[in-house]
Design a protein around this ligand. Structure first.
Ligand code: GLN
Length: 480
């Protein structure tokens, strides 16, 4: 019987003849079919995946060296282009749209032998925190099917959680990889802004967006990151000459952590989450690490700045969906093009996307630009400066990932402000461009998982992964 715990182990098993890529793909297709009610997949590439597995098995038997992701079964969030495959962003406006090229990240995983098994459900245009904003219905959390999986990469998180693929690629503009990973009890990693090319990633808010990795262990995240990171002639925001910096060990590997004291005392934070993290901090101190509280006086400005800036960028990015260039077009009879735009966009965008386009247009409008957009940019600058100062004294920041564990489907649907506020701990990393990860260290007494969020300074992604390994070991938790 096929079982999986890491890419490295899987490769050892392949080389020893204990399993084959075909066996792996058949195993995952079976899991996908019994879990269809979770609504994770918008499309499964079953035949293609099996065919590729067969080819890989043959190549291996002929003695070809293994690609770094040889036979690794990967699902991709439906905002990442895969040439000649459909791409919808879980929106009706892209219904029947087919990618004409592959994202750089997609191409890189394919070049290393990955098998892409399907495209995953998400919030429409990656806007949301519960996956309830998908035009193709909500995704259910496999631990408790009455609960949300988080969002916007909800399908990607449940796919890993419920063992329907080895790895998922998601996107994280304000927490969309880390938050669903937290709700589903898996690892979710967002790299530094500029680490992975955004070429072929559908844009939500371009100065925030990054492709992220969802996996069952930190080791797998590192393997995939090393494949997909790096310069790309199609995305000038990727760090030039950026090599993932190998972290330098500190003396006896003792590190300096800080946490935001006002975040851990925040009224919105579930007391079980607060106390688990406090206890964990104490155990870090016992191990000889430094953990210091920092009063982060800009905390309350983080969510407003994020929603002003991302909606502004979204209103501009989404103007391209006009019924002419891409996807769906209104079939109502009309004489003029403006009416055609209006009809198409009114009909084919969902309510959350419309809300954000309207908000973004408002904050960019002549009368309000300085009051909102400029102000929010100033907040972003202050946050960045403050963060740079912090990393002079500390190696990493500890925060909760989300203030509460997974909530019930429908519970927050009618309260957008409450939904927005719950992004308080994740959007910070995107505002300042640093890497962040959610590692599944805890459970509530009701058995719901939640994670610890860790962040390091920009371009220190590998240090972040090393620390995540260290903390996972310390917690005594086996990778899921
Ligand atoms: N929940 C956040 C939002 O709705 C984050 C989304 C994301 O990271 N794509 O904007």
């Amino acid at each position: 019987m096929f079982s999986y715990n890491s890419i490295q182990n899987y490769h050892t098993n392949l080389l020893n003849g204990r399993t084959t890529c075909v066996e792996a793909v058949e195993y995952y297709l079976q899991k996908i079919s019994v879990s269809a009610h979770l609504n994770v997949w918008l499309e499964v590439f079953a035949d293609e995946a099996l065919e590729k597995a067969l080819q890989l098995d043959l190549l291996r038997e002929m003695g070809h060296p293994l690609g770094k992701l040889h036979g690794v079964v990967i699902g991709i969030k439906d905002v990442i282009c895969y040439k000649d495959h459909k791409l919808s962003a879980s929106s009706k406006i892209l219904e029947n749209f087919t990618s004409v090229y592959s994202a750089t990240a997609t191409q890189k995983i394919l070049d290393e032998g990955a098998i892409i098994v399907g495209r995953q459900n998400c919030d429409e245009f990656a806007m949301g925190s519960s996956n309830e904003n998908s035009a193709y219905g909500a995704v259910k959390n496999a631990i408790d099917e009455e609960r949300v999986p988080g969002g916007s990469s909800g399908g990607s998180a449940v796919a890993v959680q419920a063992g329907m693929c080895m790895i998922s690629l998601g996107s994280d503009t304000g927490g969309s990889v880390r938050q669903p990973a937290d709700f589903c009890g898996i690892v979710g990693f967002k790299p530094s802004y500029g680490t992975i090319s955004r070429y072929g990633l559908i844009a939500y808010a371009s100065s925030f967006d990054q492709i992220g990795i969802l996996a069952c262990c930190v080791e797998d995240v590192q393997t995939v990151l090393k494949v997909i990171a790096g310069q790309d002639e199609f995305d000038s925001t990727v760090f030039q000459n950026y090599l993932l910096k190998e972290p330098i060990g500190t003396q006896e590997n003792k590190y300096r952590f800080c946490y935001f004291s006002n975040a851990l005392e925040h009224s919105s934070l579930d007391p079980q989450i607060a106390s688990s993290i406090q206890q964990f901090i104490e155990s870090l101190k016992v191990e000889g690490h430094t953990v210091a509280p920092v009063e982060f006086d800009l905390l309350d400005y983080i969510v407003p700045a994020y929603y002003v800036l991302t909606t502004a960028e979204a209103s501009s990015n989404l103007s391209r969906y006009d019924g002419i260039k891409y996807g769906a077009r209104s079939t109502q009879n009309t004489e003029d093009i403006t009416t055609l735009y209006k009809q198409t966009r009114s009909k084919a965008f969902g309510p959350e996307v419309k809300r954000r386009i309207l908000l973004g247009t408002f904050v960019l409008s002549a009368g309000y630009f300085d009051a909102y957009f400029t102000k929010a940019q100033q907040v972003r600058k202050l946050l960045t400066l403050k963060t740079q100062e912090l990393f002079k004294d500390f190696d990493a920041i500890i925060l909760p990932t989300v203030p509460t564990p997974a909530f019930k489907l429908g519970e927050k649907k009618n309260d957008p402000i409450e939904m927005f506020l719950a992004d308080i701990y994740t959007v910070y990393a995107n505002l300042v461009g640093i890497p962040g990860i959610s590692i599944p260290l805890f459970n509530t007494k009701e058995g719901l998982p939640f994670g610890l969020q860790l962040m390091t300074s920009q371009q220190n992604d590998l240090l972040l992964l090393r620390l995540s390994n260290l903390l996972t070991k310390l917690s005594g938790r086996q990778p899921a």
